[in-house]
Design a binder for this molecule. Structure first.
Ligand SMILES: Nc1ncnc2c1ncn2[C@@H]1O[C@H](COP(=O)(O)OP(=O)(O)OP(=O)(O)O)[C@@H](O)[C@H]1O
Ligand SMILES: [Mg+2]
Length: 353
């Protein structure tokens, strides 16, 4: 009865697939798959070897094909550009001209050749910019995805025998998932911080809409490398220790040895990241003093670092939650707790809100 869809998020470390039925509002998850990305096949959102990757994913792809061939691909890369833009002297009703204006604004603000990008936008508000002069205009969320990324997705899906229904920008998908759980309604604001392997994305929903976005070009891999460097061990050993110890609770009083070194290395990376995220939050608050951020939801494998929520609460002083359950999407079958951290954007991509 409801439309069956798949969502695929090809990360540099893991490929996430979710199968679900789209409802008029929301979705029901029928299952998920998590597959380690073969080395080097998807650096920073670009699928470099579509044919080989499709072959490596034979089993989960077959499962997806049996369920539905219609796929929403997630555009996740720090090469994807997204920004809230103001178009002066334009009203919402001028829909025929907005596309051209957005293109010009994107060329200017992103400093790109628009022919190299697929540009999409959503009107997110109408405003009087300057009350005295009554300069009206609209705010648009503009997203520009490099064409080579889009081409690589099309080729990959073709090799899989799947078809591309749409491409959803990861920031938008993250926000949709968290909004559907009741956060960030009208007059309220929240942020999603997705810590991946090579990149971290931060999306802010304000007044129930996706409005601000930033990507930072590092994540879980940087923590692993910092541990390897500090302990002079292999990357594999560092990766294991990162997962085992994470951040020490409180101030390491009473602890000694490897776990303290690991904690210091992880915290050094996270402090830098938290500082950059703070600057972004300040940028948001300057423009939205009446609508401060109320909560942060953590997602992505990199956010599974032990005690990360405690660490973040101390910095931001607002509630922090980890998105952990796939089952909270609806009546999904898979309610494994930890695995949910990986699927925020996939689950959001299946939804309409
Ligand atoms: N228990 C854990 N503790 C700490 N880090 C973890 C844990 N489990 C997984 N990770 C880290 O999560 C990262 C992978 O997360 P994820 O699958 O969200 O990344 P990705 O989407 O493939 O990367 P990107 O978005 O950068 O392309 C890796 O760096 C991995 O080491
Ligand atoms: Mg990711």
């Amino acid at each position: 009865m409801f439309q069956k869809l798949g969502a695929i998020d090809v990360g540099s470390c893991n490929i996430k697939m979710a199968r679900g039925r789209r409802l008029i509002r929301g979705a029901i998850c029928d299952g998920v798959s998590l597959i380690h990305t073969p080395d080097g096949m998807a650096p920073n959102g670009l699928i470099t070897q579509p044919k080989e990757l499709a072959a490596a994913l034979e089993e989960p792809v077959r499962e997806m094909r049996d369920y539905s061939a219609e796929i929403v691909m997630i555009a996740a890369s720090d090469k994807v550009l997204a920004r809230r833009m103001f178009l002066p002297n334009v009203t919402r009703s001028a829909s025929r001209t907005i596309g051209g204006l957005v293109r010009d604004a994107a060329e200017r603000e992103f400093a790109i050749e628009s022919d190299d990008y697929t540009i999409d936008y959503k009107v997110i508000g109408e405003a009087v910019k300057n009350a005295e002069k009554s300069v009206k205009g609209i705010f648009v969320m503009t997203v520009a995805v490099p064409n080579d990324i889009i081409r690589s997705y099309s080729e990959f899906l073709r090799e899989c025998g799947l078809s591309c229904r749409s491409i959803d920008f990861s920031g938008n998908a993250l926000v949709k998932q968290v909004l559907s759980e009741g956060a960030g309604r009208a007059g309220r604001s929240m942020a999603v911080v997705d810590i991946g392997h090579k990149a971290t994305s931060v999306a802010i929903a304000s007044n129930g809409k996706f409005q601000y976005y930033r990507a930072f070009p590092y994540g879980g891999e940087a923590m692993t490398l910092a541990i390897a460097d500090r302990l002079k061990c292999s990357v594999e050993q560092a990766e294991d220790m990162k997962k085992k110890y994470g951040i020490m609770p409180c101030d390491e009083v009473g602890f000694a040895g490897q776990c303290v070194d690991v904690s210091h290395a992880v915290k050094a990376v996270l402090s830098r990241l938290a500082g950059e995220i703070s600057e972004f939050f300040d940028f948001y608050v300057e423009r939205n003093a009446d609508n401060p951020l109320e909560r942060i939801t953590l997602s992505g494998g990199g956010a599974m670092v032990k005690n990360l929520d405690e660490f973040m609460v101390k910095i931001y002083n607002i509630p922090i939650s980890k998105r952990t359950r796939v089952g909270s999407m609806g009546r999904g079958k898979d309610t494994n707790n930890e695995i949910g951290m990986y699927f925020t954007s996939c689950l959001g991509a299946l939804k309409t809100i």
